[in-house]
Every structure is written in structure tokens, then in C-alpha cells.
Design a binder for this molecule. Sequence first.
Ligand code: ALL
Length: 324
Amino acid sequence: MRSRLVIVIALSLTSALVLSGCANKKESPQTTTKPRVALIMKSLANEFFKTMAEGARKHHEKHANEYELIINGIKDELDVNKQVELVEQMMAQGVDAIVIAPADSKALVSVCKKASDAGIVVVNIDNRFDKQALSEAGLRAPFVGPDNRKGARLVGEALARTLKPGDQVAILEGAPNAYNGEQRKLGFMDAMKAAGIKVIASQTAYWETDKANAIARNIITAHPDIKALLCANDSMALGALKAVEESGKAGKIAVVGYDNISAAHELLNEGKLLATADQHADQLAVYGIEYALQMLRGEATPEDKETPVDLVTKRNQTEPKPKS
Ligand code: ALL
């Protein structure tokens, strides 16, 4: 049976790239009856989303007779407009379902409502749509993803065990309007508050390494006694760690992240990164796709699904938990 997998990166409005796949124009009648599911992610430069795409691809390989998969991503974490365009492109292509990790919890709601009104099944993964924006737009889309506040609290608690009350720390936040980023900030704060540690600065570094590097450098200069930087993702933790090294404070300022990307594994093993959280990126899109297929089969809209998030430190890295 012929299957079809198309991967698209929206590099610019006009130059969507078909990277691979057997996009054979002549399809058997059987192929055309298969539902087409579009996965819409954020930056494919971020390993988190590459892992997510890989998980989706593997799922598709096993279920190629059930659906077609179109994998989309944007080039820049913050290009919300490109993501809106991607939804529009997928609508124009007449896909049956959209599984989306929105770059902005509010700005993508209205175009997704348009898609839903056009009869396209919409499933929200990874970063939750804003509840008020959903109800104002009248969009119902199940959410599949972890409890980010809980994940960040676990990371914060691991850090707190190495600090003492009164120590100063700072938070590097995800992009504004990303609900998961906001929740991670709250989770970090919960853990710091419980341990009597002072959060003396909290700033967005927009999920990005270079921005995190510049911001961390400023924070370290302004607060020479700072003891740790809590980063809402590993990309930012990489930038923060570089800033710590550049300021000659390696080993004196701890850094924690979130995502468990491969660069983080090495840093954990070397003792440079203290902790991160694994939110099992490879499974996130898969759950979303399964929900979409369920809805396309006419089953009732499923409930939101909380997916696992686990603390990763050097110690527990040697005994990885079985993937769920
Ligand atoms: C979030 C993910 C990640 C990621 C970030 C960057 O939605 O959950 O932790 O690093 O997007 O776009």
C-alpha cells in the first residue's frame, strides 16, 4: 500500500520546501481516502521539535495504511505569523486534521477556529491555547501535553537541594504568551519560595540560546552574588551556561533547563547542567495524532490528556525511565 509523508518547513511565504516523501501525484483511489493529518510545530532548529517530528514519523510508518502525514515547522521560534500562514496553507490543501503546537497561546486561536469551522479537526499539543481566547472564539480543541508547572517545580526542587535559604537566583522565561512558558516560571517560583530562595530577576529570553546568553550575562554582571539561573528550556540553558563560563563563574552559578535535548545529556554528565525535565517530545505529537484519528472516526471529542514529565539529573540519567 502506498503511503505518503510530506515534510514542509516554512522558510518564507513563497518557499515552502518539500524535503522528502514520496509525494507521487498519481495516487491509488485507496490512498486518497486516507485522512490527511498536518502536524504544525514551531522551530525545527530546536531539537525538541525535531524529536517530536521523528516520533510522529515513526508512528506514521507503523500506521501508513491509516493516514497521511504532513509535517510542518517554522524557522524561527517567534514567527507567529508564519505559523498562522501554515494553518492557512494546510486549510487550502484540504487536510482533514491539524495537530498544532502553537507558538503563541492566543494568536493562533482565531485561525484554528477558521479551520475548525471548515470541518477540520483541531488538536492542541505541547503549549495550551489560552482558555479565555478559546471560549471567546468558541473553539473546542482537546489539549495533549504535560503539566508544565509540575515539571518546572521538580527541576526547581532539584536545584533548591543544592542551595540555601536566602541565596539569589534568576529565571529565564520562554516567549511571552506561551502558556507553557508561563507555567514553567510559576513552577520554578513555587520551588524557590518553598526553599526560601530569592528570585531577584525574571526575564524572557524568547526560548533562544543567543538571547539567553546576552540576558544571562547582564544578570550576572548586575547581581554578582547570584547562585543559579533557571531556564524554561534547554536552548536557553545552553546560552546561560556559556554566559556563566564567559564570566569566569563556572561551577559557582548553577544552571537548570527543561526538555532533555541531547546537548543537555552531555552537560549533565559533565556536571555543568544540574537538571532538566523530559517531557517526552517523541510521544507528544503521537498522542495528538491518535486523538485526531479518533475524532475523524467520528468518536466524541476526547478529554484533555496529561502526558508525563520527568526530572532528569546526572544521577537518574544513568537509569533512564522506560518511555511511556
Ligand atoms: C515549547 C516546548 C519546549 C521548547 C519551546 C521552544 O512549546 O515545550 O520546551 O523548547 O517550545 O519553542
